[in-house]
Write a protein that binds this ligand. Structure first.
Ligand code: HEC
Length: 203
């Protein structure tokens, strides 16, 4: 009786072994050039410089210029979106700015066109140097682009709440996101003069 059971177990283990072996048979290698159907296929066409000039900068301006306070001898003039149409325009800028951050995160995008050179060598890095910095630590680049994205999301919420004061305040957060990336990759060698301490703030 015991013997039969043993044989039975042996046979079924053998079956299991065979089926495991079948499962582990190597899959045929995909043809080298075949595109992976699961991965999205990006075609990053514009350079980072072009994204800055065509989308990031103009869209940030739409947000920044929507709420302003101008002081002059004639007094203070506050501007803020006044109606749905004006709010809609600011929102369009904020959407473009937020999504531009994703465009910056796309792999495989060049900083500038081949042969393009820095306009102020020594202060600005050359595009090839910036690209090297980005590729050396992609997570750090992504994090800076994500900060811009998050500032965009915050400003969208303020726009949807029709809160112009908040839009103004988050404008600052957007600027910090721009600058912290520029200081890291674009002009890391720039010397920022220390603000001289005023005589009353020595403590
Ligand atoms: C994740 C990084 C990153 C963020 C965030 C970022 N930038 Fe840039 N930006 C760059 C880099 C890198 C360059 C240099 C590219 C070049 O000019 O070759 C640049 C260049 C620029 C330029 C100059 C383009 C030229 O060469 O004429 C402008 C203008 C600009 N950025 C505006 C902005 C503004 C406004 C924001 C925020 C709303 C912003 N950027 C956010 C990385 C960033």
């Amino acid at each position: 009786m015991r013997k039969t059971v043993y044989v039975g177990v042996l046979i079924s283990s053998l079956g299991l072994l065979i089926s495991i072996a079948a499962c582990q048979a190597p899959l045929p290698a995909p043809p080298a050039e075949a595109p992976d159907p699961v991965q999205p296929h990006y075609a990053p066409t514009a350079t980072i410089k072009e994204l800055m000039l065509s989308i990031v900068d103009p869209s940030a301006d739409v947000v920044w210029l929507s709420v302003t306070t101008v002081q002059s001898s004639a007094g203070t003039v506050d501007t803020a979106p006044k109606n749905d149409e004006e709010w809609q325009k600011v929102r369009q800028g904020a959407v473009a700015l937020t999504e531009a951050a994703n465009l910056l995160m796309m792999p495989g995008r060049h900083v500038a066109r081949p042969g393009e050179k820095s306009e102020t060598p020594g202060v600005e890095l050359e595009p090839s140097e910036m690209e090297e910095l980005i590729n050396k630590d992609p997570a750090s680049w992504q994090m800076r682009a994500m900060n811009l994205h998050d500032a965009g999301v915050a400003v969208l919420q303020a726009i949807d709440a029709r809160d112009s004061q908040k839009v103004f305040e988050i404008g600052e957060q957007i600027e910090v996101a721009c600058e912290s990336c520029h200081r890291q990759y674009w002009y890391p060698n720039e010397q920022i003069p220390e603000i001289p301490a005023s005589p009353t703030s020595t403590q």
